[in-house]
Design a protein around this ligand. Structure first.
Ligand code: GDP
Ligand code: MG
Length: 193
């Protein structure tokens, strides 16, 4: 019989999106349950690690280390480079629900990732999730209706993982949906192995 595939113990998760949407804040909220409210364009590390237990498709509980990769702010000025994307097991695309431009740029982020890692964009079968962050903003500041984001997920996810890209509206400030979103991201990475 065929040898069992070796399961990974480390999963690389990459967070992508425009500068200012809250990528670093989401990572810090998930990793350390902290929110500073300060804008800090650079961080020291390339990634933060977190140990979690994930239930895979056979119902087995898997203990894995998530390596969560965040940019050091260079997304404002330059391309992130292939080392940032290489070996990613799943990607969270982030926009700000109060910033329509950050939503319009999602296709660029998705396309740039797929190009850099050499995945055919048309038949892309890669685990993405979509996070609409800053849902704690006053409703009057919302520029991206939930429906519009869900339509994007239908289009961008066509033929990918057999369904639309999962969508979460999150707040790094209040922690709303942050844990659930990262758990879904890690689970997709495990299922995609
Ligand atoms: P990044 O450039 O994508 O890494 O964004 P940051 O995490 O640095 O956040 C940019 C700014 O948005 C900072 O001032 C954060 O405090 C703020 N911010 C991040 N997430 C949220 C959120 O969920 N709600 C609100 N109200 N502000 C947020
Ligand atoms: Mg940042």
């Amino acid at each position: 019989s065929a040898p069992a595939r070796t399961k990974k113990h480390m999963l690389k998760l990459v967070i992508l999106g425009d500068s200012g949407v809250g990528k670093t804040s989401l990572m810090n909220r998930y990793h350390s349950n902290k929110f500073t409210g300060q804008y800090k364009a650079t961080i020291g590390a390339d990634f933060l690690s977190k140990h979690v237990s994930i239930t895979d498709q056979t119902g087995n509980v898997r203990n894995v280390t998530l390596q969560i990769w965040d940019t050091a702010g260079q997304e404002r000025f330059q391309s992130l480079g292939v080392a940032f994307y290489r070996g990613a097991d799943a990607v969270a695309l982030v926009y700000d629900v109060g910033d329509a431009k950050s939503f319009d740029h999602l296709d660029n982020w998705r396309g740039e990732f797929l190009r850099q890692v050499g995945i055919d964009e048309i038949g892309a079968n890669f685990p993405f999730i979509l996070l609409g962050n800053k849902i704690d903003r006053p409703e009057g500041e919302r520029q991206v209706p939930r429906q519009q984001a869900e339509e994007w997920c239908q289009r961008a996810g066509l033929g990918s993982m057999g369904g639309p890209i999962p969508h979460f509206e999150t707040s790094a400030k209040t922690a709303e949906n942050v844990e659930g979103a990262f758990l879904e991201l890690a689970t997709l990475a495990v299922l995609h192995e």
